[in-house]
Design a protein. Structure first.
Length: 173
């Protein structure tokens, strides 16, 4: 019976859901959907784990390349270009003059950061160059592995093959 907007009888629950609750027992969780099992299998595959390791190494390598560009290459390039600091090549959009990008940003001025864009291009080119050589080296290694001759069978394999051949029934003559 419904009293105060609540179902008071287990029979009403059974009618509404098609399930009767067992009194005194804990209700089990519903079975996991099939996609959960598929996802677990997907994550457990070696290639996904290898990909995750590659991403982590790539992010770390990106930090190294970022430092190389910002702290090593840009100062050297700047010296050859007459002391230009790429990080301070910017256009303030409010029409005022600022000596550095940090001062413009502190003043809240909108800026077009040309120097930072140049840094990003240099970083991209270095990353692309390194990835090119890594892929090239890995493809050479894989080609060598594919062309390698298979080792001869071990003594155990040879003996087992002979035993198998002896146990085969002879064809009728």
């Amino acid at each position: 019976m419904i009293q105060g907007g609540e179902l008071r009888s287990p029979d009403h629950i059974a009618i509404a859901t098609g399930l009767k609750p067992n009194r005194g027992s804990n209700m089990a969780l519903p079975p996991a959907p099939s996609w959960v099992d598929e996802f677990k299998a997907f994550i457990a595959r070696g290639s996904v784990i290898d990909l995750a390791v590659g991403v982590i190494i790539g992010v770390s390598f990106g930090g190294i390349v970022n430092s190389l560009v910002k702290d090593v290459l840009n100062p050297v390039i700047g010296v050859f270009l007459g002391g230009v600091d790429f990080t301070n090549i910017f256009i303030p959009l409010n029409g005022k003059h600022y000596d550095t990008l940090a001062l413009a940003q502190a003043a809240g001025a909108p800026t077009v950061n040309i120097g930072l864009f140049i840094n990003a291009i240099i970083q991209f080119l270095i990353m692309a160059f390194v990835i090119f050589w890594v892929v090239k080296a890995l493809s050479r290694i894989n080609l060598r592995n594919l062309g390698a001759a298979t080792p001869p069978p071990t003594m155990t394999e040879t003996l087992l093959t002979e035993i198998r051949d002896l146990l085969k029934p002879a064809p009728p003559a």
